[in-house]
Design a protein around this ligand. Sequence first.
Ligand SMILES: Cc1cc2nc3c(=O)[nH]c(=O)nc-3n(C[C@H](O)[C@H](O)[C@H](O)COP(=O)(O)OP(=O)(O)OC[C@H]3O[C@@H](n4cnc5c(N)ncnc54)[C@H](O)[C@@H]3O)c2cc1C
Length: 490
Amino acid sequence: MELAGSAGAEQFDADVIIIGGGPAGSTLGTLLAQNGRKALIIEKDIHPRDHVGESLVPSTNLVFNRIGFLDKLNDAGFIPKPGTGWNGPRSPIWKFVEIPLFEIPIEGNTQNWTFHVERDAMDTMLLRHAHDNGARVLQGVKVTDVLFEGGRAVGVRAQVADGWERELRSKIVVDASGRRCMLATRLGMKRKDRNFNQFCIYSWFRNVKRPPDRHYGWGLFYFLGMNQAWGWQFSLRGGKESVGIVVDKEDFQKSGQDEDNFFSSLVKRSRQFTHVMQDAERIRPYWVEGDYSYKIDRYAGPGWLMVGDALRFVDPIFSSGVDVALFSALYAYEAIEESWRTGNEEGVFDAFHDRINLGVDSWYDTISLFYKLQNLLTRYAVDRKWRPYLIRALQGAPYNKERVESNRKLQEAMQASFDRVMTDPESLLRPWAMDPEKDRTLTCPTCLGVADYWEDEQAFVCRRCGARTEAKGARFLSDERNAASRAAVR
Ligand SMILES: Cc1cc2nc3c(=O)[nH]c(=O)nc-3n(C[C@H](O)[C@H](O)[C@H](O)COP(=O)(O)OP(=O)(O)OC[C@H]3O[C@@H](n4cnc5c(N)ncnc54)[C@H](O)[C@@H]3O)c2cc1C
Protein backbone atom coordinates (compact mmCIF):
# COMPACT_ATOMS: atom_id res chain seq x y z
CA MET A 1 0.00 0.00 0.00
CA GLU A 2 1.32 3.47 -0.79
CA LEU A 3 1.38 6.16 1.82
CA ALA A 4 1.83 9.90 1.48
CA GLY A 5 5.51 10.95 1.41
CA SER A 6 7.43 12.15 4.41
CA ALA A 7 5.10 14.47 6.24
CA GLY A 8 5.66 18.07 7.22
CA ALA A 9 3.74 19.92 9.94
CA GLU A 10 0.57 20.16 7.83
CA GLN A 11 1.01 16.97 5.90
CA PHE A 12 -0.55 13.85 7.32
CA ASP A 13 -0.36 10.22 6.34
CA ALA A 14 -3.90 9.82 7.68
CA ASP A 15 -6.51 11.79 9.61
CA VAL A 16 -6.48 9.07 12.26
CA ILE A 17 -3.91 6.35 12.84
CA ILE A 18 -5.34 3.35 14.69
CA ILE A 19 -2.94 0.97 16.43
CA GLY A 20 -4.41 -2.54 16.22
CA GLY A 21 -6.95 -4.26 13.97
CA GLY A 22 -9.08 -6.12 16.54
CA PRO A 23 -12.82 -5.39 16.94
CA ALA A 24 -12.19 -1.94 18.45
CA GLY A 25 -9.73 -0.76 15.79
CA SER A 26 -11.66 -2.19 12.85
CA THR A 27 -14.95 -0.68 14.04
CA LEU A 28 -13.42 2.75 14.49
CA GLY A 29 -11.66 2.53 11.12
CA THR A 30 -14.94 1.58 9.43
CA LEU A 31 -16.89 4.45 10.99
CA LEU A 32 -14.25 7.03 10.04
CA ALA A 33 -13.92 5.71 6.49
CA GLN A 34 -17.69 5.61 6.04
CA ASN A 35 -17.65 9.34 6.83
CA GLY A 36 -14.95 10.03 4.26
CA ARG A 37 -12.04 10.31 6.71
CA LYS A 38 -8.61 8.86 6.04
CA ALA A 39 -8.25 6.10 8.60
CA LEU A 40 -5.09 4.01 8.74
CA ILE A 41 -5.23 0.78 10.76
CA ILE A 42 -1.85 -0.72 11.62
CA GLU A 43 -1.99 -4.36 12.77
CA LYS A 44 1.13 -6.22 13.88
CA ASP A 45 -0.20 -9.69 13.07
CA ILE A 46 -1.55 -10.99 9.81
CA HIS A 47 -5.19 -12.04 10.17
CA PRO A 48 -6.57 -14.60 10.80
CA ARG A 49 -4.99 -14.71 14.24
CA ASP A 50 -6.33 -16.62 17.24
CA HIS A 51 -8.06 -14.70 20.01
CA VAL A 52 -9.96 -15.43 23.19
CA GLY A 53 -13.45 -13.90 23.60
CA GLU A 54 -16.00 -15.86 21.59
CA SER A 55 -19.33 -15.12 23.26
CA LEU A 56 -20.99 -11.84 22.33
CA VAL A 57 -23.67 -9.89 24.19
CA PRO A 58 -26.89 -8.51 22.62
CA SER A 59 -25.77 -4.85 22.58
CA THR A 60 -23.10 -5.65 19.98
CA ASN A 61 -25.92 -6.08 17.41
CA LEU A 62 -26.49 -2.32 17.55
CA VAL A 63 -22.96 -1.32 16.59
CA PHE A 64 -22.54 -4.15 14.08
CA ASN A 65 -25.79 -3.06 12.45
CA ARG A 66 -24.73 0.57 12.43
CA ILE A 67 -21.52 -0.21 10.51
CA GLY A 68 -23.29 -2.63 8.12
CA PHE A 69 -21.63 -5.76 9.50
CA LEU A 70 -24.53 -7.60 11.16
CA ASP A 71 -25.70 -9.22 7.91
CA LYS A 72 -22.18 -10.52 7.31
CA LEU A 73 -22.20 -12.21 10.73
CA ASN A 74 -25.52 -13.86 9.92
CA ASP A 75 -24.36 -14.90 6.45
CA ALA A 76 -21.19 -16.46 7.86
CA GLY A 77 -23.30 -18.91 9.84
CA PHE A 78 -21.92 -18.12 13.29
CA ILE A 79 -23.94 -19.89 15.98
CA PRO A 80 -26.85 -17.71 17.15
CA LYS A 81 -26.84 -17.08 20.91
CA PRO A 82 -30.28 -16.23 22.31
CA GLY A 83 -29.51 -16.59 26.00
CA THR A 84 -27.23 -17.56 28.78
CA GLY A 85 -27.58 -20.13 31.54
CA TRP A 86 -25.62 -21.44 34.47
CA ASN A 87 -25.81 -24.26 36.95
CA GLY A 88 -24.21 -25.49 40.15
CA PRO A 89 -21.80 -28.36 40.77
CA ARG A 90 -24.60 -30.82 41.53
CA SER A 91 -27.39 -29.54 39.33
CA PRO A 92 -29.30 -32.18 37.39
CA ILE A 93 -27.95 -32.72 33.87
CA TRP A 94 -28.98 -29.95 31.43
CA LYS A 95 -30.81 -28.02 34.12
CA PHE A 96 -29.87 -24.33 34.06
CA VAL A 97 -30.89 -21.06 35.59
CA GLU A 98 -31.94 -19.48 32.31
CA ILE A 99 -31.61 -15.90 31.16
CA PRO A 100 -33.17 -15.45 27.70
CA LEU A 101 -31.20 -12.33 26.87
CA PHE A 102 -33.79 -10.92 24.47
CA GLU A 103 -36.77 -11.38 26.79
CA ILE A 104 -36.68 -7.62 27.27
CA PRO A 105 -36.64 -5.63 24.00
CA ILE A 106 -33.58 -3.56 23.18
CA GLU A 107 -34.30 -0.29 21.43
CA GLY A 108 -33.05 -0.32 17.85
CA ASN A 109 -32.27 -4.04 17.87
CA THR A 110 -33.25 -5.97 14.75
CA GLN A 111 -32.86 -9.64 15.78
CA ASN A 112 -33.34 -11.74 18.88
CA TRP A 113 -29.96 -13.39 18.99
CA THR A 114 -26.32 -12.47 19.24
CA PHE A 115 -23.49 -14.91 18.38
CA HIS A 116 -20.78 -17.28 19.40
CA VAL A 117 -17.89 -16.62 17.05
CA GLU A 118 -14.50 -18.03 16.21
CA ARG A 119 -12.57 -14.86 16.79
CA ASP A 120 -9.93 -15.56 14.18
CA ALA A 121 -12.71 -15.65 11.57
CA MET A 122 -14.80 -12.77 12.91
CA ASP A 123 -11.86 -10.43 13.43
CA THR A 124 -10.59 -11.12 9.91
CA MET A 125 -14.02 -10.34 8.46
CA LEU A 126 -14.27 -7.16 10.49
CA LEU A 127 -10.85 -5.91 9.42
CA ARG A 128 -11.72 -6.66 5.82
CA HIS A 129 -15.01 -4.80 6.32
CA ALA A 130 -13.04 -1.75 7.43
CA HIS A 131 -10.87 -2.04 4.32
CA ASP A 132 -13.89 -2.53 2.05
CA ASN A 133 -15.39 0.64 3.48
CA GLY A 134 -12.28 2.64 2.62
CA ALA A 135 -9.96 2.36 5.63
CA ARG A 136 -6.34 1.69 4.77
CA VAL A 137 -4.97 -1.38 6.50
CA LEU A 138 -1.36 -2.40 7.12
CA GLN A 139 -0.91 -5.93 8.44
CA GLY A 140 2.32 -7.42 9.72
CA VAL A 141 3.43 -3.92 10.77
CA LYS A 142 4.09 -3.19 14.42
CA VAL A 143 3.77 0.19 16.05
CA THR A 144 6.85 0.55 18.22
CA ASP A 145 6.18 4.02 19.61
CA VAL A 146 3.69 6.86 19.68
CA LEU A 147 5.28 10.18 18.70
CA PHE A 148 4.61 13.26 20.80
CA GLU A 149 5.44 16.91 20.10
CA GLY A 150 4.82 19.52 22.77
CA GLY A 151 2.76 17.00 24.76
CA ARG A 152 0.53 16.19 21.78
CA ALA A 153 0.39 12.83 19.99
CA VAL A 154 1.31 13.47 16.34
CA GLY A 155 1.90 10.02 14.91
CA VAL A 156 3.57 6.65 15.36
CA ARG A 157 6.75 4.79 14.55
CA ALA A 158 5.95 1.63 12.60
CA GLN A 159 8.16 -1.35 11.92
CA VAL A 160 7.94 -4.32 9.55
CA ALA A 161 9.50 -7.64 10.59
CA ASP A 162 12.48 -7.19 8.26
CA GLY A 163 13.46 -4.02 10.13
CA TRP A 164 11.86 -1.46 7.77
CA GLU A 165 10.82 1.40 10.02
CA ARG A 166 9.30 4.80 9.46
CA GLU A 167 7.35 7.54 11.13
CA LEU A 168 3.75 8.15 10.14
CA ARG A 169 1.86 11.28 11.12
CA SER A 170 -1.82 11.93 11.77
CA LYS A 171 -4.14 14.45 13.39
CA ILE A 172 -5.23 11.89 15.98
CA VAL A 173 -3.68 8.63 17.21
CA VAL A 174 -5.98 5.96 18.65
CA ASP A 175 -4.65 3.07 20.67
CA ALA A 176 -6.64 -0.10 19.92
CA SER A 177 -3.77 -2.47 20.72
CA GLY A 178 -5.81 -4.60 23.13
CA ARG A 179 -4.31 -5.83 26.37
CA ARG A 180 -0.86 -4.80 25.20
CA CYS A 181 -1.97 -1.26 26.06
CA MET A 182 0.68 0.32 23.89
CA LEU A 183 -0.07 3.92 24.83
CA ALA A 184 -0.93 3.46 28.50
CA THR A 185 2.30 1.54 28.99
CA ARG A 186 4.24 4.28 27.19
CA LEU A 187 2.60 6.90 29.44
CA GLY A 188 2.96 4.83 32.65
CA MET A 189 -0.80 4.78 33.25
CA LYS A 190 -1.57 1.04 33.47
CA ARG A 191 -2.43 -0.30 36.94
CA LYS A 192 -3.00 -3.94 37.76
CA ASP A 193 -6.40 -4.61 39.31
CA ARG A 194 -5.63 -5.82 42.81
CA ASN A 195 -9.10 -7.33 43.24
CA PHE A 196 -8.86 -9.77 40.35
CA ASN A 197 -6.02 -12.18 39.83
CA GLN A 198 -7.73 -14.64 37.55
CA PHE A 199 -6.26 -17.35 35.39
CA CYS A 200 -7.98 -18.87 32.37
CA ILE A 201 -7.31 -22.03 30.41
CA TYR A 202 -9.38 -23.03 27.39
CA SER A 203 -9.40 -24.88 24.11
CA TRP A 204 -11.64 -26.19 21.34
CA PHE A 205 -13.02 -29.71 21.54
CA ARG A 206 -14.98 -32.18 19.46
CA ASN A 207 -17.40 -34.80 20.80
CA VAL A 208 -18.50 -32.57 23.64
CA LYS A 209 -22.11 -33.48 24.45
CA ARG A 210 -24.28 -31.18 22.40
CA PRO A 211 -26.80 -29.25 24.49
CA PRO A 212 -30.45 -30.13 23.82
CA ASP A 213 -32.08 -27.92 21.19
CA ARG A 214 -33.60 -25.73 23.88
CA HIS A 215 -30.12 -24.67 25.02
CA TYR A 216 -28.12 -25.06 21.83
CA GLY A 217 -26.16 -21.86 21.21
CA TRP A 218 -26.68 -20.56 24.70
CA GLY A 219 -23.71 -19.31 26.65
CA LEU A 220 -23.48 -22.10 29.23
CA PHE A 221 -21.61 -21.51 32.49
CA TYR A 222 -20.73 -24.04 35.16
CA PHE A 223 -20.07 -23.03 38.73
CA LEU A 224 -17.45 -25.33 40.18
CA GLY A 225 -18.20 -25.02 43.89
CA MET A 226 -14.92 -23.26 44.43
CA ASN A 227 -14.17 -19.66 45.15
CA GLN A 228 -13.91 -17.47 42.01
CA ALA A 229 -14.00 -20.48 39.70
CA TRP A 230 -16.30 -21.15 36.76
CA GLY A 231 -16.30 -22.91 33.41
CA TRP A 232 -17.86 -22.12 30.02
CA GLN A 233 -19.19 -24.08 27.08
CA PHE A 234 -19.84 -22.19 23.83
CA SER A 235 -20.98 -23.96 20.67
CA LEU A 236 -19.04 -22.99 17.56
CA ARG A 237 -19.49 -23.82 13.87
CA GLY A 238 -18.75 -27.28 12.55
CA GLY A 239 -19.61 -29.12 15.77
CA LYS A 240 -16.74 -27.58 17.74
CA GLU A 241 -17.24 -26.45 21.33
CA SER A 242 -15.11 -23.87 23.09
CA VAL A 243 -14.63 -24.97 26.69
CA GLY A 244 -12.75 -22.93 29.25
CA ILE A 245 -12.12 -22.62 32.94
CA VAL A 246 -11.39 -19.55 35.04
CA VAL A 247 -9.93 -19.71 38.56
CA ASP A 248 -7.97 -17.58 40.96
CA LYS A 249 -4.39 -17.80 39.71
CA GLU A 250 -3.12 -18.86 43.11
CA ASP A 251 -5.34 -21.94 43.00
CA PHE A 252 -3.61 -23.04 39.82
CA GLN A 253 -0.17 -22.33 41.27
CA LYS A 254 -0.97 -24.12 44.52
CA SER A 255 -2.29 -27.18 42.68
CA GLY A 256 1.18 -28.08 41.33
CA GLN A 257 -0.57 -29.75 38.38
CA ASP A 258 0.10 -29.37 34.68
CA GLU A 259 -2.54 -27.72 32.52
CA ASP A 260 -4.17 -30.96 31.36
CA ASN A 261 -4.61 -32.42 34.83
CA PHE A 262 -5.67 -29.13 36.33
CA PHE A 263 -8.29 -28.67 33.61
CA SER A 264 -9.64 -32.21 34.11
CA SER A 265 -9.72 -31.91 37.89
CA LEU A 266 -11.85 -28.79 37.65
CA VAL A 267 -14.20 -30.30 35.08
CA LYS A 268 -14.81 -33.12 37.56
CA ARG A 269 -16.05 -30.68 40.17
CA SER A 270 -19.31 -30.27 38.27
CA ARG A 271 -21.67 -33.14 37.49
CA GLN A 272 -22.92 -31.48 34.31
CA PHE A 273 -19.44 -30.47 33.15
CA THR A 274 -18.23 -34.05 33.70
CA HIS A 275 -21.16 -35.31 31.66
CA VAL A 276 -20.57 -33.02 28.67
CA MET A 277 -16.81 -33.61 28.60
CA GLN A 278 -16.76 -37.40 29.06
CA ASP A 279 -15.97 -38.17 25.37
CA ALA A 280 -14.41 -34.82 24.51
CA GLU A 281 -11.40 -34.71 22.25
CA ARG A 282 -9.20 -31.61 22.30
CA ILE A 283 -8.44 -30.36 18.79
CA ARG A 284 -5.90 -27.65 19.49
CA PRO A 285 -3.44 -26.72 22.24
CA TYR A 286 -4.64 -25.18 25.47
CA TRP A 287 -4.69 -21.41 25.44
CA VAL A 288 -3.73 -19.84 28.76
CA GLU A 289 -4.41 -16.28 29.87
CA GLY A 290 -3.56 -14.73 33.23
CA ASP A 291 -3.31 -11.42 35.09
CA TYR A 292 -5.62 -9.81 32.63
CA SER A 293 -7.53 -7.30 34.76
CA TYR A 294 -6.23 -3.74 34.92
CA LYS A 295 -7.25 -0.12 34.99
CA ILE A 296 -5.92 2.91 33.18
CA ASP A 297 -5.92 6.45 34.54
CA ARG A 298 -7.05 8.37 31.42
CA TYR A 299 -8.61 7.21 28.16
CA ALA A 300 -7.89 10.39 26.18
CA GLY A 301 -5.47 13.32 25.99
CA PRO A 302 -4.09 15.83 23.48
CA GLY A 303 -4.22 14.18 20.09
CA TRP A 304 -4.92 10.67 21.42
CA LEU A 305 -7.65 8.30 22.55
CA MET A 306 -7.83 4.69 23.65
CA VAL A 307 -10.50 2.15 22.71
CA GLY A 308 -11.30 -1.45 23.66
CA ASP A 309 -9.02 -3.46 25.91
CA ALA A 310 -6.37 -0.76 25.48
CA LEU A 311 -8.36 1.39 27.92
CA ARG A 312 -9.29 -1.17 30.56
CA PHE A 313 -9.98 -4.82 31.05
CA VAL A 314 -12.52 -6.17 33.51
CA ASP A 315 -13.02 -9.85 34.26
CA PRO A 316 -14.71 -11.73 31.35
CA ILE A 317 -17.49 -13.55 33.28
CA PHE A 318 -20.26 -11.52 31.60
CA SER A 319 -18.63 -11.45 28.12
CA SER A 320 -18.33 -7.67 28.24
CA GLY A 321 -15.07 -7.31 26.25
CA VAL A 322 -16.37 -6.91 22.70
CA ASP A 323 -19.20 -4.68 23.98
CA VAL A 324 -16.59 -2.31 25.45
CA ALA A 325 -14.51 -2.54 22.25
CA LEU A 326 -17.42 -1.65 19.94
CA PHE A 327 -19.03 1.06 22.03
CA SER A 328 -15.76 2.77 22.92
CA ALA A 329 -14.94 2.76 19.18
CA LEU A 330 -18.32 4.28 18.37
CA TYR A 331 -17.99 6.98 21.03
CA ALA A 332 -14.37 7.66 20.05
CA TYR A 333 -15.55 8.20 16.48
CA GLU A 334 -18.23 10.63 17.66
CA ALA A 335 -15.73 12.43 19.90
CA ILE A 336 -13.20 12.84 17.07
CA GLU A 337 -15.84 14.22 14.71
CA GLU A 338 -17.21 16.55 17.36
CA SER A 339 -13.76 17.82 18.28
CA TRP A 340 -13.12 18.72 14.65
CA ARG A 341 -16.53 20.36 14.35
CA THR A 342 -16.30 22.41 17.55
CA GLY A 343 -12.55 22.83 18.00
CA ASN A 344 -13.02 21.89 21.66
CA GLU A 345 -10.90 18.76 21.71
CA GLU A 346 -10.16 18.81 25.42
CA GLY A 347 -13.80 19.11 26.51
CA VAL A 348 -15.04 16.52 24.05
CA PHE A 349 -12.30 14.00 24.85
CA ASP A 350 -12.90 14.45 28.59
CA ALA A 351 -16.59 13.67 28.00
CA PHE A 352 -15.54 10.54 26.06
CA HIS A 353 -13.45 9.42 29.03
CA ASP A 354 -16.29 10.02 31.48
CA ARG A 355 -18.88 8.18 29.40
CA ILE A 356 -16.80 5.07 28.90
CA ASN A 357 -15.57 5.10 32.47
CA LEU A 358 -19.14 5.22 33.77
CA GLY A 359 -20.07 2.22 31.65
CA VAL A 360 -17.02 0.09 32.38
CA ASP A 361 -17.31 0.86 36.10
CA SER A 362 -20.88 -0.36 35.92
CA TRP A 363 -19.78 -3.65 34.33
CA TYR A 364 -17.07 -3.91 36.96
CA ASP A 365 -19.38 -3.36 39.92
CA THR A 366 -21.84 -6.03 38.78
CA ILE A 367 -18.98 -8.47 38.16
CA SER A 368 -17.47 -7.79 41.61
CA LEU A 369 -20.78 -8.57 43.27
CA PHE A 370 -21.08 -11.76 41.29
CA TYR A 371 -17.70 -12.89 42.59
CA LYS A 372 -18.57 -12.05 46.17
CA LEU A 373 -21.27 -14.63 46.20
CA GLN A 374 -22.14 -16.57 43.06
CA ASN A 375 -25.34 -18.01 44.54
CA LEU A 376 -26.83 -14.55 44.69
CA LEU A 377 -27.02 -14.26 40.94
CA THR A 378 -29.27 -17.29 40.82
CA ARG A 379 -31.60 -15.77 43.35
CA TYR A 380 -31.85 -12.57 41.37
CA ALA A 381 -32.39 -14.41 38.10
CA VAL A 382 -35.56 -16.07 39.38
CA ASP A 383 -36.94 -13.11 41.32
CA ARG A 384 -39.85 -11.45 39.49
CA LYS A 385 -38.81 -7.95 40.45
CA TRP A 386 -35.06 -8.26 39.80
CA ARG A 387 -34.95 -10.53 36.79
CA PRO A 388 -35.51 -7.66 34.28
CA TYR A 389 -32.72 -5.68 35.93
CA LEU A 390 -30.36 -8.64 35.61
CA ILE A 391 -31.31 -9.22 31.98
CA ARG A 392 -30.72 -5.57 31.15
CA ALA A 393 -27.34 -5.67 32.90
CA LEU A 394 -26.30 -8.74 30.87
CA GLN A 395 -27.54 -7.27 27.58
CA GLY A 396 -24.65 -4.77 27.69
CA ALA A 397 -24.15 -1.14 26.64
CA PRO A 398 -24.22 0.48 30.10
CA TYR A 399 -23.10 3.82 28.70
CA ASN A 400 -26.03 6.06 29.53
CA LYS A 401 -27.32 7.33 32.84
CA GLU A 402 -30.57 5.38 32.67
CA ARG A 403 -28.84 2.02 32.23
CA VAL A 404 -26.18 2.79 34.83
CA GLU A 405 -28.94 3.75 37.28
CA SER A 406 -30.79 0.49 36.60
CA ASN A 407 -27.55 -1.46 37.19
CA ARG A 408 -26.87 0.53 40.36
CA LYS A 409 -30.24 -0.45 41.84
CA LEU A 410 -29.48 -4.09 41.14
CA GLN A 411 -25.99 -3.78 42.63
CA GLU A 412 -27.29 -2.12 45.80
CA ALA A 413 -29.88 -4.82 46.29
CA MET A 414 -27.28 -7.54 45.70
CA GLN A 415 -24.86 -5.88 48.10
CA ALA A 416 -27.57 -5.71 50.79
CA SER A 417 -28.35 -9.41 50.29
CA PHE A 418 -24.65 -10.20 50.50
CA ASP A 419 -24.30 -8.27 53.76
CA ARG A 420 -27.30 -10.10 55.21
CA VAL A 421 -25.93 -13.48 54.19
CA MET A 422 -22.52 -12.75 55.64
CA THR A 423 -23.87 -11.72 59.02
CA ASP A 424 -26.06 -14.80 59.34
CA PRO A 425 -24.02 -17.86 60.28
CA GLU A 426 -27.00 -20.09 59.48
CA SER A 427 -27.57 -18.78 55.97
CA LEU A 428 -27.42 -21.53 53.37
CA LEU A 429 -26.32 -18.99 50.80
CA ARG A 430 -22.97 -18.51 52.54
CA PRO A 431 -20.03 -19.89 50.55
CA TRP A 432 -19.64 -23.62 51.25
CA ALA A 433 -22.52 -23.51 53.74
CA MET A 434 -23.97 -26.58 52.04
CA ASP A 435 -20.72 -28.48 51.93
CA PRO A 436 -18.27 -27.41 54.61
CA GLU A 437 -15.81 -30.22 54.11
CA LYS A 438 -15.35 -29.79 50.39
CA ASP A 439 -14.82 -26.13 49.65
CA ARG A 440 -12.60 -24.56 52.18
CA THR A 441 -12.41 -21.09 50.73
CA LEU A 442 -14.59 -18.03 50.66
CA THR A 443 -14.39 -14.65 49.00
CA CYS A 444 -12.81 -11.91 51.07
CA PRO A 445 -15.32 -9.04 51.15
CA THR A 446 -12.50 -6.53 51.60
CA CYS A 447 -10.46 -7.26 48.47
CA LEU A 448 -12.38 -10.13 46.74
CA GLY A 449 -9.33 -12.35 47.17
CA VAL A 450 -9.48 -16.00 48.16
CA ALA A 451 -9.66 -16.66 51.92
CA ASP A 452 -8.50 -20.15 52.98
CA TYR A 453 -9.74 -22.05 55.98
CA TRP A 454 -7.06 -22.33 58.66
CA GLU A 455 -7.89 -25.48 60.58
CA ASP A 456 -5.94 -24.70 63.75
CA GLU A 457 -7.53 -21.26 64.12
CA GLN A 458 -10.97 -22.27 62.82
CA ALA A 459 -10.95 -19.10 60.77
CA PHE A 460 -10.66 -17.96 57.16
CA VAL A 461 -7.65 -15.85 56.27
CA CYS A 462 -7.47 -13.92 53.02
CA ARG A 463 -4.38 -14.82 50.99
CA ARG A 464 -4.08 -11.33 49.62
CA CYS A 465 -4.98 -8.77 52.29
CA GLY A 466 -4.86 -10.94 55.42
CA ALA A 467 -8.41 -10.12 56.58
CA ARG A 468 -9.90 -12.98 58.61
CA THR A 469 -13.26 -14.33 59.54
CA GLU A 470 -14.32 -16.88 62.13
CA ALA A 471 -15.45 -20.12 60.59
CA LYS A 472 -18.80 -20.43 62.35
CA GLY A 473 -20.01 -16.99 61.33
CA ALA A 474 -18.92 -15.38 58.14
CA ARG A 475 -18.33 -11.92 59.54
CA PHE A 476 -14.90 -10.57 58.83
CA LEU A 477 -13.24 -9.18 61.94
CA SER A 478 -12.72 -5.51 62.74
CA ASP A 479 -9.91 -3.46 61.25
CA GLU A 480 -7.51 -3.74 64.18
CA ARG A 481 -7.82 -7.51 64.23
CA ASN A 482 -7.38 -7.46 60.46
CA ALA A 483 -4.16 -5.53 60.93
CA ALA A 484 -2.95 -8.04 63.49
CA SER A 485 -3.80 -10.92 61.19
CA ARG A 486 -2.03 -9.23 58.30
CA ALA A 487 1.10 -9.12 60.38
CA ALA A 488 0.59 -12.78 61.20
CA VAL A 489 0.20 -13.68 57.54
CA ARG A 490 3.42 -11.89 56.62
C1 LIG B 1 -10.18 -15.31 29.43
C2 LIG B 1 -10.90 -14.30 28.58
C3 LIG B 1 -12.18 -14.58 28.10
C4 LIG B 1 -12.86 -13.63 27.33
N1 LIG B 1 -14.12 -13.92 26.89
C5 LIG B 1 -14.81 -12.97 26.23
C6 LIG B 1 -16.12 -13.24 25.74
O1 LIG B 1 -16.64 -14.34 25.88
N2 LIG B 1 -16.78 -12.24 25.11
C7 LIG B 1 -16.22 -11.00 24.91
O2 LIG B 1 -16.88 -10.11 24.36
N3 LIG B 1 -14.97 -10.74 25.32
C8 LIG B 1 -14.25 -11.69 25.95
N4 LIG B 1 -12.97 -11.42 26.33
C9 LIG B 1 -12.42 -10.10 26.03
C10 LIG B 1 -12.08 -9.91 24.53
O3 LIG B 1 -11.13 -10.87 24.17
C11 LIG B 1 -11.54 -8.51 24.32
O4 LIG B 1 -12.24 -7.60 25.11
C12 LIG B 1 -11.61 -8.03 22.87
O5 LIG B 1 -10.86 -8.84 22.04
C13 LIG B 1 -11.10 -6.58 22.78
O6 LIG B 1 -10.96 -6.16 21.46
P1 LIG B 1 -9.83 -5.09 21.09
O7 LIG B 1 -10.03 -4.76 19.64
O8 LIG B 1 -9.82 -4.00 22.07
O9 LIG B 1 -8.44 -5.86 21.30
P2 LIG B 1 -7.87 -7.13 20.54
O10 LIG B 1 -8.96 -7.97 20.04
O11 LIG B 1 -6.89 -7.74 21.45
O12 LIG B 1 -7.11 -6.52 19.29
C14 LIG B 1 -5.94 -5.76 19.44
C15 LIG B 1 -5.11 -5.89 18.18
O13 LIG B 1 -3.99 -5.01 18.29
C16 LIG B 1 -2.86 -5.63 17.73
N5 LIG B 1 -1.67 -4.99 18.29
C17 LIG B 1 -1.22 -5.07 19.56
N6 LIG B 1 -0.09 -4.34 19.72
C18 LIG B 1 0.16 -3.79 18.50
C19 LIG B 1 1.19 -2.94 18.03
N7 LIG B 1 2.19 -2.51 18.81
N8 LIG B 1 1.16 -2.56 16.73
C20 LIG B 1 0.16 -2.98 15.91
N9 LIG B 1 -0.82 -3.81 16.31
C21 LIG B 1 -0.84 -4.19 17.60
C22 LIG B 1 -3.02 -7.09 18.13
O14 LIG B 1 -2.29 -7.96 17.28
C23 LIG B 1 -4.53 -7.28 18.01
O15 LIG B 1 -4.92 -7.82 16.77
C24 LIG B 1 -12.25 -12.37 27.05
C25 LIG B 1 -10.96 -12.10 27.52
C26 LIG B 1 -10.29 -13.05 28.28
C27 LIG B 1 -8.91 -12.73 28.78
